[in-house]
Design a protein around this ligand. Structure first.
Ligand code: C2E
Ligand code: CA
Ligand code: CA
Length: 402
């Protein structure tokens, strides 16, 4: 988005702070600036502008309505009318944690903090990242339908009608930001509900012993799509999520071999992501299958590492070559000292084992910098990109391909 097209709502009770911000923004070419001295008057300005505000930059402590109250009120607007919010703050960890948690609880597009005293760099980053946070088709997770309940018959019908397909979320090198891989995430293109999140059907399919139908669709379409990426000179691997509950009904090893041969995708460009092994009935068979995948050159990744389901024991028994640190540790890594220490340990554990370490759920520039400094190999998250359709993925990455 061009600076001259961005309309900013500045909210601060100190006129001098507003003036400084206004001058900084103008120097960057942002001319459409409206101002308010607290949350209540900010809401009035917002409605006067018919909700056409692209970015809200707000102070936290104001009377009568503070910055948190403002975000809470804006969260009641329909998703496409919620302007991203950035908060000007004096680096208080407790306050930052509370603000981040509130934004999360509200599913609000929260861009993070501009640290006082104001420097130009913070603002530049906010403006650069604005497009990623702006509401619009396919922009944020909130446009994925969640909390819907389906019967197994409905899901099966959707599968029979070929309504499921993978979206692709890039993973980049933590230092160079170059594309290295992509994770295939299942999306149901539901005729009535739009795009439906995997959370609404994965565990149902697992419980009903039918998850392999979805895996088959996602594996086939993902491997076919990767060969299409190759045609556009986008050299990437693809990761497919595998539910370990299905291995008895579905011969994943021979199926992946067939698909790789059919679409001419090298085995080392195909990764399988697994999580819990705690509840597997037949551990020996599962291990045999996963080991055979590795022997054939496919990649094996341990997903959601650090959570109860994906714990240290798995490292011991699984022949993995990649470790994905769960997003719950990354979310507050810049403010939660304990999580920061844990992530640091997970990274060095991964290094000692000689596996690639990936951080999931990276949402801010600060997280990226910190993770790169800690030696994390790859980053995945909304800060880099949400999951994209195959076509959008090609459009985004083909110009960067060598
Ligand atoms: P996962 O494997 O941990 O995938 C990452 C999830 O985090 C995805 O949610 C992704 O959209 C979301 N995510 C990515 N970046 C960010 C970020 O920066 N911030 C936040 N807050 N979230 C981020 P999604 O697509 O809803 O998938 C949910 C879960 O469903 C996946 O978690 C995976 O376990 C499962 N899943 C998805 N596709 C399949 C599939 O084809 N088969 C199986 N068995 N499971 C699948
Ligand atoms: Ca995964
Ligand atoms: Ca994960």
């Amino acid at each position: 988005m061009n600076p001259e097209d961005i309309k900013v709502l500045l909210v601060d009770d100190e006129p001098t702070q507003r003036l400084i911000l206004e001058q900084r923004l103008k120097a960057m070419g942002v001319n459409q600036i409206i101002q308010a001295a607290d949350g209540t008057s900010a809401l009035v300005r917002y409605h006067e502008a018919n909700g056409n505000v692209d970015l809200v930059i707000t102070d936290l402590v104001m009377e009568p309505m503070d910055g948190l109250g403002l975000m809470r009120s804006l969260a009641t607007e329909p998703p496409e009318k919620r302007p991203p919010v950035a908060v000007v703050s004096a680096m208080d960890e407790t306050v930052e944690r509370a603000t981040t948690s509130l934004a999360k609880a509200l599913s609000y597009p929260f861009m993070g903090f501009i640290i006082k005293p104001l420097r130009a760099e913070g603002l530049v980053k906010i403006l650069e990242n604005l497009d990623r946070y702006r509401p619009g088709p396919g922009q944020h997770t909130s446009d994925l339908a969640k909390d819907l309940e389906f019967s197994i018959e409905e899901v099966e019908q959707g599968l029979a009608k070929d309504q499921f397909e993978p979206y692709f979320q890039p993973k980049v090198d933590a230092k160079s930001f170059e594309l290295v891989s992509t994770e295939a995430l299942a999306r149901w293109k539901h005729p009535a509900h739009g795009l439906v999140s995997p959370d609404c059907y994965i565990s149902l399919l697992e419980r009903e012993g039918k998850i392999h139908y979805l895996t088959e669709t996602i594996a086939r379409k993902s491997i076919e799509t990767v060969s299409e990426f190759f045609n556009h000179h986008i050299n990437t691997s693809v990761s497919i999520n595998l539910s370990l509950a299905q291995l008895e009904q579905y011969d994943i090893v021979s199926r992946l071999k067939q698909l790789a041969a059919q679409y001419r995708v090298p085995h080392e460009n195909i990764y399988i992501e697994v999580t819990e092994t705690a509840h597997i009935r037949d551990v020996a068979t599962t291990l045999e299958t996963l080991s055979r995948l590795r022997l054939l050159g496919f990649g094996l990744s341990l997903d959601d590492f650090g959570t109860g389901y994906s714990s240290i024991q798995n490292l011991d028994i699984l022949p993995i070559n990649e470790l994905k640190i769960d997003q719950s540790f990354i979310a507050d890594i810049t403010t939660n000292v304990i999580h920061r220490e844990l992530v640091e340990s997970m990274i060095s554990l991964g290094k000692n084992l000689g596996v690639t370490v990936v951080a999931e759920g990276v949402e801010t520039e600060m997280q990226c910098q910190l993770l790169a400094r800690m030696g994390c190999d790859q980053l995945q998250g909304f800060f880099i990109s949400k999951a994209l359709t195959a076509n959008d993925f090609i459009a985004s990455f083909k110009h960067r391909a060598a």
